[in-house]
Design a protein. Sequence first.
Length: 377
Amino acid sequence: MVSTMVGPDTSTGAEVQGATGCLTIDLSALGRNYTRLASIVAPARVAAVVKANAYGLGVERVATILDRKGCRHFFVAHLSEALELRPMVSGDAQVFVLNGLQPGCEIACTEGGIIPVLNSMEQWRRWSTAACSLNRILTAVLQFDTGMSRLGVPPDERPALAQALRTDRNVEILFIMSHLASADEPDSDQNGEQLAEMRRIAAEFAGLDLSFANSGGVFLGDGYHGALARPGIALYGGAPTAGVLSPMEPVVSLDVAVVQVRTVPAGTKVGYGGVHVTQRDARLATIAAGYADGLPRSLSDRGAVYYEGVRLPIVGRVSMDSITVDVSALPEGTLTLGSLVEVLGSNQTLEDLARDAGTISYEILTGLGDRYQRRYR
Ligand SMILES: *Cc1c(COP(=O)(O)O)cnc(C)c1O
């Protein structure tokens, strides 16, 4: 008879049925986070940034909930993401492409009902030309660079653009926007500098609504809210401000299955390169997720997973498909094949894991692989 991979603990093992683990996404917490942000910035509105598959959580489920909560502005990075998202949200919702209007995309944009964020005079000109040849008015958003040097109309193009907008009747600008580089650090001077620049721009392009705040910006105060905030990470339970207790509800938890347990004597090498050597007799468990599942290799010999509140340190290098943890702190026999250990949950936040990996919550979230069984609550 062919043996199965499932060990004696089939009650929990059955939950993941051969997957590496279970990624649970709490859609009601997501909805409450949206409502929370909306109440903070009211009477300004709250858009949702759902780029990169809603930060890895599944854009269809996420957008559907937010649409139901009344969100009518959705931002993605690329046109392809926008075209995928468009049918998932209400007809009166607007879908914006942050990375701008790329050459040759004008018709796909108009036919798809997508609103480009124009990042230069040249992009505006192409949109205006498209409007002219279609003999209709096209809508757009204008993004300005206020000090990040990433996307947006550069300062030296502003006078000509302001002049052009005064006479152009082909493009209707819905609002102007910019992006904060240091919004998660309330003490950074860059916030005030960018706000001052945004106010100068608002005066040059008078009469247009403003969109400025990402997640961090929402918590910088009313001055940053404009007419439309654009949070991403805070919706998904990430901390909007560095180093302070997050006011957002966690949305994601991750439990990974144990696939082997063993007891080894002191002096035993663990994992690739043999870089970890046990200092004493130890019980080890190998769990079924590695760097291919978005658990960075920088967690090698750093960080931990949890089981019923007990910390289980990661030992040795993170492999592609597995990680070995020291489970000596648990009574023998506690973990068996198929037992699930917590990687993200009540004992370990996204920020905790990100810190141990030397990265940020955004990179952890967007990197979580597709070998997990995704469960929506
Ligand atoms: C990604 C992004 C956001 C969302 O940022 P968070 O920090 O996740 O809230 C908002 N605006 C722009 C332009 C972005 O690129």
